[in-house]
Design a protein around this ligand. Structure first.
Ligand SMILES: NC(=O)c1ccc[n+]([C@@H]2O[C@H](COP(=O)([O-])OP(=O)(O)OC[C@H]3O[C@@H](n4cnc5c(N)ncnc54)[C@H](OP(=O)(O)O)[C@@H]3O)[C@@H](O)[C@H]2O)c1
Length: 461
């Protein structure tokens, strides 16, 4: 038997745990633990999640995180595993014991590679909450083929980056009914709170390092084969102004350089190459039909994401922070300054200690999807014609980093644990192409994330 077959997930793996949360002691990690405890079979007997373990480099911090997550209850008896991403043997031991790793150790460009490598080698599945395009594309370039062989499913961006954008776009595009066709969808993210909106240092550090390495990402892309581009009816939309006022939703907006549009583009490319989506490892005929039907209703569109704010002053603040990170992030001294004084250079949006529990509880998000298109393909094919239809949909949910992200990560994990035979055998993919046809959207809706049609019928301008 060859080595890859020996290590493959479908051959004789009988791991002890359904999932292991790596980085459980981190700021986001402890919220992921709290979310996981809700679905552990002890409190939800029908749950596919029967056994979990927490992993990290410091067992005392893991125990503290478990106590915090279980509060005010008594912490359940859960194994705490000493795992350091710098120690490959500890990663191998971890992967041998589990069906699935939920990785919360970031910045992923610094710490994620060895974790993916270990999961792929052992054939266990891997989900993370990464929002760093270079890491995702690098993992795909390095490990996709091997992951297909070993039966390891590697899916990054299973948090606020980028599941609301992926599922939100699919939900939106499915509202366009024949003969109407969608051309462009712009997503506007609006963060709301009665208190301060604050993120933890880990996310800020990941963003700073992303800017520092932007050229590496370009280089990586140049070295990779070109992906298929979807056929979108009508001409490419014009670039538009840097700052816009979006009357329909009452927000000022500026382009948000998040991972979302990159991740969505990867999903649309894979869909173009596989118009029926990705076959499951061991799918029955009913699921094959369901999957094909789902993808036949999703229409690709030009997609971008903007940050929306109620005041123009807020937009200027955002641009100033973008300029600090964009300029200082390119030199070692500049990065030192940015990372030493996160509150100063993010104008208070990121803090070394992260938000308080109260600040997390008070926050929420709305992501508006404004789609423009044509009443028919004939109209779209005419020259110099402007879109004559518009549909608006919206995804809403609680605070993005520490409530929505754990909800999404856990629901992705539960889909994977309960529905593994209908998902691809292995490979490295963005979340939309894998979870699109599953019940992930319904699961999110049951857990506080809503998908709504705002303007139900297409509006003629
Ligand atoms: N997708 C999204 O929307 C979203 C939302 C939230 C966060 N994130 C991302 O999640 C990542 C973590 O953010 P955070 O704010 O939670 O950061 P954090 O509080 O600094 O947590 C980092 C975690 O990594 C662990 N770690 C560091 N080095 C390690 C090593 N060598 N071996 C094992 N574990 C190690 C830390 O362990 P110790 O406890 O031992 O220090 C800690 O548990 C960031 O990349 C962030 O961008 C994404």
């Amino acid at each position: 038997m060859d080595e890859s077959a020996e290590q493959g997930q479908f051959l004789d793996r009988s791991p002890q745990y359904d999932l292991i949360i790596l980085g459980a002691s981190g700021f986001t990690g402890k919220y992921v633990v709290r979310e996981a405890l809700k679905f552990l079979a002890l409190s939800a007997p029908s749950s596919p999640l029967k056994s979990i373990a927490l992993a990290g480099r410091n067992p005392t911090r893991l125990a503290d995180a478990l106590r915090w997550a279980a509060h005010p209850g008594v912490p359940p008896d859960i194994a705490l595993l000493a795992v350091d991403v710098g120690d490959p043997a500890s990663l191998r031991r971890m992967c041998a014991q589990t069906r699935l790793v939920l990785n919360c150790v970031g910045p992923f460009r610094l710490y994620g590679g060895p974790v993916v490598a270990a999961c792929v080698d052992s054939g266990c599945d891997y989900l993370d909450i990464c929002g760093e395009p270079e890491f995702m594309e690098m993992m795909e370039a390095k490990y996709h083929e091997r992951a297909v062989e070993t039966g390891s499913l590697v899916i990054s961006a299973c948090g606020f980056d980028s599941v609301p954008a992926e599922l939100g776009l699919m939900f939106h595009s499915r509202q366009w009914k024949e003969p109407a066709v969608v051309n462009q969808v712009e997503a506007y993210l609006s963060l709301e709170s009665e208190r301060r909106i604050v993120g933890n240092f880990g996310t800020y550090q990941s963003a700073v390092l992303g800017v520092a390495n932007v050229e590496k990402l370009q280089e990586l892309r140049r070295s990779r084969p070109r992906r298929a581009r979807p056929m979108i009816p009508g001409p490419a939309p014009p670039k538009g102004s840097i700052i816009e006022h979006q009357n329909e939703i009452g927000l000022w907006a500026v382009k948000l350089p998040s991972a979302d549009s990159v991740v969505v583009r990867r999903t649309l490319s894979i869909l173009t190459e596989n118009p029926h989506g990705l076959p499951g490892a061991n799918e029955d005929a009913e699921n094959i039909e369901k999957r094909k039907f789902f993808w036949s209703t999703v229409k690709p569109a030009h997609f971008g994401v903007k940050m929306g704010l109620k005041s123009l002053l807020g937009i200027y603040r955002l641009i100033i922070v973008g300029m600090f990170i964009g300029v200082l992030g390119r030199t070692a001294f500049g990065r030192w300054l940015l990372l030493k004084f996160p509150s100063v250079f993010s104008l208070g949006w990121f803090r070394k200690k992260g938000p308080t529990e109260d600040e997390v509880e008070c926050a929420s998000f709305k992501m508006w999807f404004i789609g423009r298109g044509y009443s028919s393909r004939d109209v779209a094919s005419q020259s110099n014609v402007k879109p004559d239809m518009e549909i608006i949909t919206r995804v809403t949910g609680p605070e993005i980093g520490y409530l929505t992200t754990p909800i999404i990560l856990l629901q992705c994990a539960l889909v994977l644990l309960s529905n593994r035979e209908n998902l691809p055998k292995g490979g490295s993919y963005p979340p939309g192409i894998v979870f699109g046809p599953t019940d992930l959207q319904e699961r999110l809706e049951k857990n506080g994330i809503s998908f709504d049609v705002i303007s139900k019928d297409a509006v003629h301008f």
